[in-house]
Design a binder for this molecule. Structure first.
Ligand SMILES: Cc1cc2nc3c(=O)[nH]c(=O)nc-3n(C[C@H](O)[C@H](O)[C@H](O)COP(=O)(O)OP(=O)(O)OC[C@H]3O[C@@H](n4cnc5c(N)ncnc54)[C@H](O)[C@@H]3O)c2cc1C
Length: 516
């Protein structure tokens, strides 16, 4: 088997030239150990897991890395509190363990501890609900402890007075405010960046990562791959095939039955809530376990989510929020705000589909969020369900299954100790000058030095803290093939259409200049 060597051997760099060279390699010898279909967090995680075990691995993604659900999440790396509330201790503990792995070893540069404020406002919660919430947070602390995550990283729940509550979320309603409960969870700077970091680290371990490459006619040991750029096809044979197609998994393997559920977020300016430093957590009227969160984000924004709606029918490329969902989110969060948000405050809105396994009846919010690894009659191994936080465990289970069923020779999984590109312990990470902008560090961690070397550190457009260097780096190192990849998946400028319009012509020029 030939593999691309030269300038790419052992590097995390993904670019158009590497893609072309690796495609040539595959055309010469179209046989590998493992084919992974789908470049979301699950597929990128599986490709890393397999490549790091020494398996010759190819990851194909029909569109772009993180094109699907993995970029529409709440960006929480959560300790599984909501699963605890419904008695699913095993699922909750798995989340808490994986949160600890991400925050302490594999991607501490992408995940920050995020305070979460539940305001204690007269009439906002039902009688006794505040005690229930507190008991849940205490149980969450116990899980954190049992997962070995230090309290210094995720401090335990505490009660704060009204003044501190207002400091954390200046926009919180003050009439009837007696204080708040503050707990901590993990928050990703961006979900799509986690996917890109996984794919790049997989490439470092020898995985071939091909975007714009659709898999069709998928069987347990082969697939027809069609290049979306040239229209050319090749048949790849593999000793095992893993379907990580997310909500599209049933299109890849028709034996899979999913029941997608839509979750919507609104994007508003952080200024509209007084630039909060904590997530405002507001109970949904009539429910004891559902909350709407107003989550501080990069680029000076707050994301307000989330809904949980059955979404039957054909799977759209980009699901759209409904009018009813927007009203529900505004109404719920407004109950805890001093100045109510209106539709005019909504700068953007996005929706994603949860790939839930169809278990028959019942509302989607009640469906199990645990993942499943399933083998179809013709041998395709599908890994589906679960969540962003537990991608590593999902990947491990999928690759373990492939190794067992196909008798592959591979070392044991070691991804819980494997730092992703940009993590402090990653081989290529370097200290950066003290004056490096915090936003650059938050997105790139120890790889920020490479970004600074890639070009101009000035902003791509007025009022946006994304630098021209980051745009160039997205093309030269992060596998972005066009301006949409940059605007919507390497950066999240595209979450607000007006921002994307302002940045587009400069991004177009940089993409053309860097990709040459
Ligand atoms: C609104 C919402 C909020 C969420 N918030 C959180 C959260 O805060 N924390 C958390 O832990 N989890 C969260 N989740 C869950 C989490 O986002 C998902 O479980 C996870 O992103 C699913 O990733 P995936 O890789 O399985 O699927 P996807 O990200 O959808 O990836 C599947 C990929 O397969 C590709 N593909 C499909 N068919 C083919 C084909 N034939 N050939 C090649 N490629 C193909 C698609 O283009 C796509 O990129 C949330 C989910 C939703 C919907």
């Amino acid at each position: 088997m030939t593999t691309t060597a030269g300038p790419y051997a052992g590097t995390t760099r993904l670019d158009a030239r590497r893609r072309a060279l690796e495609l040539d390699d595959l055309a010469d010898e179209p046989a590998v150990d493992l084919l992974v279909i789908g470049g979301g967090v699950t597929g990128a995680g599986a490709a890393l897991d397999a490549a790091a075990r020494g398996l010759r691995t190819v990851l194909v993604e029909a569109r772009d890395l993180a094109f699907g659900t993995s970029r529409w999440s709440s960006k929480l790396v959560h300790g599984g509190l909501r699963y605890l509330a419904s008695g699913r201790v095993g699922v909750a503990r798995e989340s808490a363990v994986e949160r600890g792995v991400l925050m302490t070893r594999t991607a501490p540069h992408l995940v920050r501890p995020m305070p979460q404020l539940v305001p204690l406002i007269n009439g906002l919660m039902r009688p006794g609900q505040a005690s229930l919430v507190r008991a849940g947070f205490v149980a969450g602390d116990a899980l954190r402890l049992s997962a070995g995550t230090p309290g210094a990283l995720l401090p335990r729940v505490r009660r704060v007075d009204a003044g501190r509550a207002r400091q954390l979320v200046p926009g919180v309603r003050t009439d009837g405010l007696s204080g708040g409960l503050v707990a901590h969870d993990g928050q990703l700077v961006d979900d799509a960046r986690l996917v890109v970091a996984l794919a790049r680290t997989a490439a470092q371990y020898g995985a071939t990562v091909l975007t714009r490459m659709r898999a069709e006619q998928v069987t347990g040991d082969s697939a027809r791959l069609t290049d979306g750029l040239t229209g050319q096809s090749l048949t790849l044979t593999a000793r095992a095939v893993v379907n990580a197609g997310g909500v599209w998994a049933g299109e890849v393997d028709p034996s899979i039955r999913l029941r997608p559920s839509r979750g919507t977020h609104l994007v508003v300016d952080a200024a509209a809530l007084g630039h909060p430093s904590a997530a405002l957590t507001v109970p949904v009227p009539g429910s004891t376990s559902r909350f709407v969160f107003a989550l501080p984000q990069q680029l000076g924004r707050v994301a307000i989510g989330l809904t949980d709606e059955d979404a039957p029918g054909p799977i759209p490329d980009e699901p759209q929020p409904t009018d009813g969902e927007i009203t529900f989110l505004l109404d719920t969060v407004n109950a805890a705000l001093r100045t109510m948000l209106t539709r005019a405050d909504v700068r953007g809105a996005y929706a994603g589909l949860r790939p839930l396994i169809d278990t028959g009846d019942g509302a989607t919010a009640d469906l199990s969020r645990r993942h499943a690894v399933l083998e179809s009659p013709d041998g395709v191994i599908t890994v589906v369900g679960g969540k962003l936080t537990t991608y590593r465990r999902m990947a491990q289970d999928a690759v373990d299954t492939a190794v067992r069923l196909r008798g592959l020779s591979a070392r044991a999984c070691w991804t819980s100790r494997l730092p992703l590109v940009g993590a402090p312990a990653h081989r290529d990470s370097r200290p950066v000058p003290a004056d490096t902008p915090g936003s650059l560090l938050a997105r790139h961690g120890g790889a920020a030095h490479e970004v600074l070397a890639a070009g101009d550190p000035t902003p791509i457009a007025d009022g946006l803290d994304v630098t021209r260097a980051e745009i160039a780096y997205a093309v030269s190192h992060e596998g972005a093939l066009d301006a949409d990849d940059v605007l919507h998946r390497r950066t999240r400028i595209g979450l607000v259409a007006e921002d994307a319009d302002r940045a587009r012509s400069a991004v177009d020029k940089l993409v053309a200049a860097t990709g040459r």
